[in-house]
Each structure stands twice: as structure tokens, then as C-alpha cells.
Design a protein around this ligand. Structure first.
Ligand SMILES: [Zn+2]
Length: 134
């Protein structure tokens, strides 16, 4: 059985919420590096955060479940700057440095950091994926 990373988190609460959402939908998945990152958050950037790993055959269904849950959540938010409800989610993929990418390739894994940010289409304000606007 081969698992691939579908999301990464530096927050164990969101990691577990999304894990449980997938488990409840019958997706074969688990969290990787949860305990290490929770005990020592300073290691999170080096490890690429807490990783949500999904069985390859469940990947596209898991992606759909997470995206529809994230879109439903964003619809409940209003921009703190202009009050607009026209918020949009954008996926971000951060590739690790070339050294780590090489080691990952030799180990047969891909540990890019997957996250998203929310952008207000009215005023352009940005927020991280927990809806905390800067
Ligand atoms: Zn706005």
C-alpha cells in the first residue's frame, strides 16, 4: 500500500479535524510526524509540518472532500477589511530546497508543503488557511 501526502499543517488541531473528516468518509489515511511536531514545534519547518497521508487509490476522493469542506468554511467568513463575502481559496504548494528534494527522491517520497490561503476578491487582503487575516 502506497500513501501520498495530500496536505501539511503546523497546527495539530486542523490536522486532526481534516484527518477525522476523511476517516469518517471511509478514506484510508493517517498523520505523519504529528507527535514530533507537537512536542517540538521548532522542528516543524525542518520536517515539513504534520503530513496528512492518504492511500493512493483514495487520493482524488480525499482531495474532493477536503476542497468542498474548505470551500464551505470560507463561505461562512467575511473579510475583516471590507466586510465582503467574496473570499476565494488559492492552493499553495511550497517545494522543499533542492537538497531535501534530492534526498526525498532517493527515499521515493514527495514532501512538498501543501497549504492554501484565502484572498478577498474585493480588496485583495490575504489570510492563511485558518482564516486569520493579516
Ligand atoms: Zn476585503
Amino acid at each position: 500500500m502506497r500513501f501520498s501526502q495530500i496536505r501539511s499543517y503546523d497546527n495539530y488541531i486542523k490536522a486532526n479535524l481534516q484527518l477525522n473528516l476523511l476517516v469518517d468518509s471511509g478514506i484510508n489515511c493517517h498523520l505523519k510526524d504529528e507527535h514530533t511536531v507537537t512536542i517540538d514545534p521548532f522542528l516543524s519547518p525542518a520536517l515539513g509540518g504534520i503530513k496528512l497521508m492518504v492511500l493512493d487509490t483514495d487520493l482524488s476522493r480525499a482531495q474532493q472532500i477536503l476542497e468542498s469542506a474548505e470551500d464551505a468554511y470560507i463561505k461562512t467568513l467575511a473579510c475583516p477589511g471590507c466586510g465582503s463575502k467574496s473570499l476565494e481559496r488559492q492552493a499553495l504548494v511550497k517545494l522543499p530546497g533542492w537538497g531535501k528534494r534530492l534526498v526525498d527522491r532517493l527515499r521515493g517520497i514527495n514532501e512538498s508543503v501543501f497549504s492554501s490561503e484565502i484572498i478577498c476578491r474585493s480588496c485583495g487582503r490575504r489570510a492563511d488557511d485558518l482564516g486569520q487575516f493579516s
